[in-house]
Design a protein around this ligand. Structure first.
Ligand SMILES: Nc1ncnc2c1ncn2[C@@H]1O[C@H](COP(=O)(O)OP(=O)(O)OP(=O)(O)O)[C@@H](O)[C@H]1O
Ligand SMILES: [Mg+2]
Length: 274
């Protein structure tokens, strides 16, 4: 299991986001902005990495690290920043953001520009798996990030990314499979997917075509690496049966994250300058 402080931090952040609240702070704040395919997240921590506040917004303005709707992206980031500033009673001035491994310098610049258009100065651009590893307090092993658009694997050694790979299979594909199998619209299938009460009925539909595929990719990517533990993060890993499929296919020790949606956003804020 993850260590207690990691779990506590993630659960605290989830509660602060859910209740739109902020914790007392001494004014020294670190900000992280995660421009994901399914969600944009902005997280604020103090200098000791204790969560202070955060906000997430469902969005389709970025696809796997590439900004596809610049104007809307800038509007969303600006709006999220304003909401957090109102909560905190203070201006946010600088931030860290993150990129999936392997995206071009040009696309990285666009990501930073989106964040800077809100008035935040970007001081750090970190690799998403490094951010996830920071939040999980791990320096060695593998992280699989199952997001909206892609499944990405990174192997870390001494806190540095040794190997990364990704494939365009994520939560969006699960929703498409469910929509097709159940004759639902995409939006209705997305709702069904999020309902824990329906997991027993719907997981068998996505397991063979999506989850086992993700697990096989992970197993094959890891053949050259001597890795025992795989940490699993990202919203699409939220199913309770998800780690079991990965365990069976890869034969590795699978460590699911508490609050899988928030691991990378929290890690980005932790990597920011105070
Ligand atoms: N409780 C849940 N059960 C199943 N799927 C979920 C749940 N919560 C979120 N998801 C799915 O997780 C995905 C979003 O995860 P996440 O926020 O980690 O992705 P992202 O960072 O926006 O995307 P990417 O990392 O691919 O750019 C969506 O496909 C969403 O439907
Ligand atoms: Mg992501």
């Amino acid at each position: 299991m993850a260590d207690v402080s990691v779990e506590t931090r993630l659960r605290t952040l989830e509660q602060l986001i859910r209740d739109a609240e902020c914790r007392e702070h001494d004014g020294v704040l670190k900000v992280g902005v995660d421009l994901g395919t399914a969600n944009i997240a902005m997280v604020v921590v103090d200098r000791h990495n204790a969560p202070i506040t955060g906000i997430t917004y469902p969005s389709s303005v970025v696809k796997d690290g590439i900004v596809v709707d610049y104007l809307s992206a800038t509007r969303v980031v600006k709006h999220l920043k304003q909401q957090l500033e109102a909560r905190l009673g203070q201006a946010l001035t600088h931030a860290a953001t993150a990129i999936p491994p392997g995206i071009s310098e040009g696309n990285t610049k666009v990501i930073a520009n989106v964040v800077e258009s809100s008035g935040l100065l970007v001081t750090h651009v970190v690799d998403e798996p490094v951010a996830a590893a920071t939040a999980l307090n791990m320096r060695n092993g593998a992280v699989v990030d199952v997001g909206g658009g892609t499944t990405g694997l990174s192997v870390l050694r001494n806190g540095k990314v040794l190997f990364s790979a990704d494939e365009p299979t994520g939560g969006t594909h699960m929703t498409l499979v469910l929509a097709g199998a159940l004759g639902l619209t995409y939006a209705d299938a997305e709702q069904v997917k999020h309902d824990p009460a329906q997991e027993a009925d719907i997981f068998p539909l996505v397991r063979p075509v999506v989850v086992e595929k993700m697990a096989c990719l992970t197993r094959d990517w890891l053949t050259a690496y001597n890795v025992r533990n795989i940490h699993v993060v990202g919203g699409a890993s939220s199913f309770s049966e998800f780690p079991g499929v990965f365990r069976k296919v890869t034969g590795k020790n699978i460590i699911p994250a508490v609050e899988p949606l928030l691991v990378t956003p929290l890690g980005i804020a932790m990597q920011a300058a105070p």
